[in-house]
Ligand binder design. Sequence first.
Ligand code: AMP
Ligand code: GLY
Length: 421
Amino acid sequence: MNVLVIGSGAREHAICWRLAASRRVSKVFCAPGNPGIASVAEIVPVAVTAVSELLTAAERLGVGITVVGPEAALEAGVVDAFRAAGRAIVGPTKEAAMLETSKAFAKEIMIAAGVPTAKHEVFHDRASLERRCKEQGAPLVLKADGLASGKGVFVIEDAADFPAALDALFGPIKAERVVVEEFLTGVEVSCIFAANGSEVIPLAPAHDYKRLGEDDRGPNTGGMGSVCPSPRISESELAWIQEHCAAPILRVMRERGTPFSGFLYAGLMVPTDPAKRPDGIRVLEYNTRLGDPECQAILSRLASDPLELMEWIAGERATQPKLAWRPEVSTCVVVASDGYPEAPAKGDQITGLDLAALVPSTVVFHAATTRDSRGNLVSGGGRTLTVVGLGADYGSARSAAYKAVDLVQLRGRRVRRDIGA
Ligand code: AMP
Ligand code: GLY
């Protein structure tokens, strides 16, 4: 079967790489892809939001199933268009993707589903939000309602930071609604579930590292690394999360007439005190796609056929696939360009990938890479590469990943040194 993957990041590189290894996949296409993806898939030069062009390409290329990577494609309605045309696709409809694209909607569904989450209120104007912040004081969390590329969440631990957050929310972010949430403490875990509209299958749990600097300091990023499986939760806790934080969402979405299929990513706050688990686990957010960089760490360990999983999600296969995982653990380290995340530099040459490719038990996925006019591989600005290391334990997975990372040359690159430590 031919498959089409929509997206151009390291997540989509990992999806293409894993699908290309399936015996049942004849050809992988990727729109719009990147220079790294070009080594495992044929590039289709169509943007992720160009819905009708994507559909035409899928028809022309004889694609049997399409897998959507980024939320922007979901929000553009690519799944709705493919479904209307009778084409199999992995991802939620635009309405179901509101679990990610609207924080207020996600909260409404969580409450209807009885999912444990932080207490919240929704504000529509600056004056009443300002009053609430004054009354409540810090710590408090403010979230812009729509997609804001990770820049819409303000975790305020010092009341002196309220004015700057309000300026950003009602200034550049142009928030129409702001969700105010109680501040939760603990460690974060990403539990991603494959969903076919009525049932869910848990993928191996992972966790990512959101801040730029070691020890979780510095600005928030899209994620500087990840590990899988996450040692922060047990198997029985994952089963509890499936029962309390994923299955009820599927039920409520189905009852509303907007069934959810695709990948449901529950971002969780897990209490560090074992006595407070599992009952103290809370959902921070849902994403309606595979996480980046969690996906790279997770798919590197998937041992069963990825196509079977995709077919089940898309409703093309009735029986639940049994997922198998490699016994090794994985550590995924992001190499970001100079200035990331505030002002990422572009156009710097990337070298050393040929040497990195020789490091055993590692794989390099490209994110924002591109070619200059002379054909050199250069940074496209932002998260540039992710390097996954596999090992019998976290220490060996880490050292494999960093060995390959340290062979890659990129001027001013930003790498966190404590992933998986
Ligand atoms: P979100 O996009 O909603 O996941 O928020 C981004 C990040 O902000 C999360 O990964 C957490 O690190 C932090 N965060 C979000 N909500 C809360 C909360 N209620 N309490 C503490 N930290 C939070
Ligand atoms: N790693 C967080 C995300 O994919 O949203």
